[in-house]
Every structure is written in C-alpha cells, then in structure tokens.
Design a protein around this ligand. Structure first.
Ligand SMILES: Nc1ncnc2c1ncn2[C@@H]1O[C@H](COP(=O)(O)OP(=O)(O)OP(=O)(O)O)[C@@H](O)[C@H]1O
Length: 618
C-alpha cells in the first residue's frame, strides 16, 4: 500500500502562508509582488497538473486566464452581481467550458503539434477579445472598475481592499487550490496522469482511456487558470487585455521550468523568483529596457544548471545536508535461478496465480481465441497473409519463425494495436476485429512487449498499480478525491502480481534502478496485473543472461497454471520446454502446427527455419 503522512504538506503550507507576510518583506518582496506570486502560483498549480504530471505542454493558458478573468470582471462591472466569490467561480466555470472545447481539438494531436495547436487557439482568443467581443471585454482598454474581493456573511460584508487583507483572500484560495491538487495527485486519477506522461501507449494498452484523462486534466488546468484570471482582475481593479497575450502563456511555462515541474510548488517558487527578479532589475537596478535581456539570461542559466528546478535543488540540498545516500537495495542476481530459489518462487507464484485469476467461466471450454483469414499489409510489404489460428482455454501455445516472419505483427493484430487489412478475430465469443487496444485489454486480452514498455520514473508498485487499476476501475473514472489506498483490491492485485514475477522485495524501487532481468519480469508483471484471460508474451526471454532465463522459464511455468498463454521466443529449448503446441510462421503464413516433438522432427521446419539450430534441437 502507498503510505503517506496525511496532511503534513498541507500543514507546512499553512505555516508558510502565515509566515510569508512577516518574512518576505525583509527579503525585498513588496506586498503587491507577494499577491502576484500567489495568483501565478495558483495558475501554475493547474498548469503543473497538465505539464509536470501529464506531460502536456500547453502554450495556450492565456486563453483561459483571459476568459476566466474577463467573465468574472464582466459579471461584476456590467451586471448587478456584487458577490465577488460567485463571480470568481463563474469565471472559472467559463474557462472550464472553453477548456473542454479547446481540449477536444488540441488533444487530437500529441507533442509539438499539441503545443502548436494551443498557441494557435490562444491567438484566436486574443483576436476575438480585441475585435468581435470588444463590446464586452473593453478591447484594448480592458474592463475597468473591477471591485476588490468581498465576503458577504448576510449580516455584514468583509472587504479585502488593502494589500494585506487581499493577501489573506489570495492565500486562502491558493491553499484551497493546492489542497485539491494534492488530493488529485494522490488519487488513482493522479497516478494515471503520470502513467500518461511516462508512457501513454502502454497506459492505453493497459486498459485506460487516456484521451478521457487528458481531456479531464486539460479542463481542470483551465479552471485553475480561469480562477486565477478572476483574482488578477480584482487585484488590479481592472481586467487587462494582455491577460490574453502569448506572454502570459510563455511566462507560466518559464516560471514552472524555473521552480520545477511535477512538484505543484514549483510554479509558486518560479513565480517568486521571476517576479522578484523583474522588480529587482527594473526598479532597484534601473536597467531600463534591457531588464528583459538580463532576465532571459538568468532564466537560461537557471534552467541549464537546475534541471529539476528550484524545488529539485532544495530537495538535493536537503539530502546533502542530512548526509543521506539513496538507498540501493542490493540485488543478489547470482542467487537467482538456484534450485531452492526457483522452487520457492514457484510455490509463491502458484498461490498468487490463484489470487490473480479472473473468475472461472462455466464456458471455459473450446476456443478462447479464433483468428480467420488474418492479413496485414504495409504498402507493398505483406507482414501476415491469410492466417487461420485458434487457441483453446488453458492452452500454452508457442509461436516461432525466423526474423521478419511476421510474429510481432500477428500479436499486434490480436491485441488490436494495429487493424488487420482483412480477416476476423474472435475472443471469448466476441468479435474484436478493429476494436481499440484499451477495450481488448478490458475484455481480458493483453500482452507483454518485446521491448520493455515500463513507466520508468515510477516505482515497481506504481507500475503494477497502473496495470491493476484498469481491471479494478474500468477504462475511465473521475475519482479525483479518492486515495490510492482506498481502491478495493488494489494492494491484493499488486502484491499478487509482484509475487508472480518475484519482485516483492523491489516493490518500492524506482524502475530506473532495476536490473535488466528484473525489468523484463516487471514487463510480464504489468500484463499479469490486468488478470488477463489470454496472455500474449512477445519474446519474454529476449536479452536475458542464461541464469535469468532459468529463473524466468520457471516463473513462466508457474504462471501458466490455470492460464491461457501464447509465447513468441527465439529460444527454442526454453519454448519447447514450456508449451504444449507450436505454430510456425514463415513469410507471414502458417507453415505448420504441432507438438514440440513434431515440430522438432518436421523436415519442412528443419529445412525452412531450423537449419542453423539443428544441433541445438537434437
Ligand atoms: N509498421 C511497419 N511498416 C512497414 N513494414 C512493417 C511494419 N511492421 C512490420 N513490418 C514488416 O513486416 C514484416 C514482419 O515484421 P515483424 O516485426 O512482424 O516480424 P517478426 O517475425 O516479429 O520479426 P522479429 O523476430 O525480428 O521480431 C517485416 O518485413 C517488417 O519489416
């Protein structure tokens, strides 16, 4: 179970916010700068959820900052509404609606294309604010006369009309925003955001609707940004049109980079550094127009030398001061594969296999998977041609063939990673041809990859949790407020999968610190944690040392009990030891099928494929 000290961070933040007005002025921060830092810090929390946690770099946050700010300002200046808090929420909601619509378009693409679309859309908003909607937004003059924040208690109204009273108002909302964001990042939803950041394709293949999660976090970020826009209008007494400008979007990216992405606090620290330096260069050093040049140079230096931002630097300093070294749990690879270890492992795995199995169905007889006429062409290259293939419940099937025979493409079609050019795939009586890899995983068909597809920045436990959450929560769930430890059955599933692949001792180790053999086992563990009815293993022994192969073959044998599996591997000895039946592919077609003995002795097979390994097979 992932254990956290509840509310410790929140407590430190409250203390920090209470002390800030007494400490920061002595460091040269004006009250106005401190309030601006809080507004940017709040905006930055949403942006960090989007960029730092989900890996979606948006250069279009200005659209939501302006929308939220203008909407709240309009309500307060052009309508009878006097309730500033209600106006803030309405502005945030308007930004959320706009965020949803923009997200629908922008999230159709990834990477640099996503970033470019957000820039373009923000520019459209800028134009719309200045021209067609200038009657409502004030055009280049903005909206003047925005009241300072107030809180109506019925019998009296509290006015936050001075710098320090406004600080109380802003600090309260910053804290609320941070507390909500902390809950989000600790939730299953939050873990899936990090899964998408690290390896979106694997997250999708583990049964998660990653588009739904990306769209949700895009809207959440827009809501935070819109709320912060509303605060800006109240703080300045007018809503400036430059909230919509590209510079706003650029600054939040830079502030987050300076402070440290994926930390939630980074944008606040980044905003502090950025605004303090702006003030310092302009007013104290009187640099005139060249202040931006100096600020730019400082930004480049900070980003180059503090690659994890200010928060990362503070964490490193803390570890240095505490004299701590990272704990590397020694891995005794030499003992892996010894008889006793393998026996012990098999016993644990047998028990865990029972724990992880999907409910046995009364119809678990006959074919679990049937492919007919399966063909895949890439332009002129025919990777698979007219394959008829059937696997029964409880069967352990091997697939062999020389390099380029079409084995991996065949697996990709079965798991619906690629659509067949023609043919049909029926899994457990359901036609799955052309469905998504996510749906197929949800139905109980998944695979482990030839090249590891792990979530490298996360721990083994988090990796297995991502896989198990697809089974336990379905494709999509907006459980922003639930803690990971509150997901029924998660620990059971994760610990069961870890035991199956002998990684129990490594549950809290980051994947980046695992040995290669352990990563291969985790790759299989991810597939197992989804409790598949049919498990495909694409070269599970690839790249392993002889000793690791012995351990992994023993693992695969124990995993196979009560499961249906199809394995591709080039290690004939290991494969023939594991499976009951072998299908041989050649040039994208099925050449022959039979027991390992029949395949070994088949002259066509020997002639066509195994000439080079005859001796090995003899
Ligand atoms: N995305 C693609 N675009 C074009 N050709 C492809 C693509 N994927 C596979 N191929 C071609 O299809 C054929 C079968 O490739 P595939 O990777 O399925 O073979 P394989 O049996 O798994 O090989 P290996 O044992 O080396 O992994 C090869 O000629 C390959 O070049």
């Amino acid at each position: 179970m992932i254990r956290q000290r509840p509310y410790l961070i929140e407590l430190f933040v409250v203390i920090g916010l209470c002390l800030a007005p007494f400490v920061l002025p002595y460091l040269g921060f004006t009250p106005s700068t401190i309030n601006r830092i809080l507004i940017w810090g709040l905006l930055g929390i949403g942006f960090d959820l989007l960029f730092g946690y989900t890996g979606l770099l948006s250069f279009g946050q200005a659209a939501f900052f302006g929308t939220g700010g203008m909407f709240a300002a309009y309500m307060l200046t052009e309508t009878p509404m006097e309730n500033t808090i209600l106006a803030l929420f309405l502005g945030a909601a308007a930004a959320g609606v706009v965020g949803y619509l923009v997200g629908l378009i922008a999230l159709r693409r990834t990477g640099i294309y996503f970033a470019m679309i957000t820039v373009a859309i923000a520019e459209v908003f800028f134009f719309v604010e200045f021209n067609p909607l200038s009657e409502y937004t004030g055009g280049e003059n903005g909206l003047p006369g925005v009241p300072t924040p107030n809180l109506s208690l019925g019998f009296t109204t509290i006015e936050f009309d001075s710098n320090w009273t406004m600080y109380i108002f802003f600090a309260f909302w910053y804290f609320v925003g941070l507390a909500i964001a902390l809950r989000i990042v600790r939730s299953p939803f939050g873990l899936l955001l990090r899964a998408i950041r690290d390896n979106p394709l694997r997250a999708e293949a583990l049964g998660h609707n990653i588009h739904g999660y990306k769209l949700s976090v895009f809207v959440i970020a827009a809501i935070y940004t819109g709320f912060a826009g509303g605060l800006l209008g109240m703080f300045q007494g007018f809503m400036p049109p430059d909230a919509f400008m590209f510079a706003t979007s650029g600054e939040i990216v830079m502030q987050t980079a300076i402070g440290g992405a994926g930390t939630l606090f980074g944008p606040l620290l980044g905003a502090g550094a950025w605004l303090f330096m702006s003030d310092f260069f302009q007013t104290t050093l009187n640099l005139g127009a060249s202040w931006k040049l100096v600020l730019g140079i400082v930004f480049v230096l900070l980003v180059c030398f503090l690659r994890r931002g200010l928060v990362g630097a503070f964490v490193d300093l803390y570890h240095l001061a505490a004299g701590e070294k990272r704990k590397h749990e020694p891995v005794d690879e030499t003992t892996a594969g010894t008889g006793a270890e393998v026996e012990n492992m098999a016993a644990i795995a047998n028990r865990s296999a029972e724990m992880l199995a999907r409910k046995p169905s009364s119809e678990n007889v006959g074919a679990i998977l049937k492919a007919t006429g399966l063909t895949k062409s890439y332009g002129g290259v025919v990777a698979n041609s007219d394959i008829d293939f059937s696997v029964d419940y409880g069967e352990m099937r091997g697939i062999i063939g020389p390099n380029g025979a079409g084995k991996s493409t065949f697996f990709k079609m079965l798991t619906c990673e690629v659509s067949p050019t023609s043919g049909k795939i029926v899994f457990e009586g359901r036609d799955i041809t052309g469905l998504s890899v996510t749906d197929v995983c949800q139905f109980g068909l998944t695979k482990s990859y030839q090249i590891n597809q792990l979530f490298e920045r996360l721990t083994v436990r988090e990796n297995l949790s991502i896989a198990a959450l697809g089974l336990l929560r379905g494709k999509f769930k907006l459980d922003l407020y639930r803690s990971l430890s509150g997901v029924p059955g998660l620990d059971h599933q994760v610990e069961g999968a870890a035991a199956l692949v002998n990684l129990t001792r490594r549950l809290d180790t980051p994947v980046s610190e695992l040995a290669y053999g352990e990563k291969r086992r985790l790759e299989i563990g991810l597939a197992l944690a989804t409790s598949p009815s049919l498990l495909l293993l694409d070269e599970p022994l690839a790249g392993m040392s002889p000793q690791e192969r012995v351990t992994t073959v023993a693992l695969l044998k124990s995993i196979a009990i009560g499961r249906t599996m199809i394995i591709i591997d080039h290690d004939m000895d290991a494969l023939f030891e594991l499976v009951g039946k072998v299908t041989v592919l050649q040039e994208g077609r099925v050449l022959v099928e039979g027991t390992p003995e029949e395949i070994k002795n088949n002259p066509k097979v020997q002639e066509a494929y195994l000439g080079g390994v005859d001796e090995e097979m003899a």
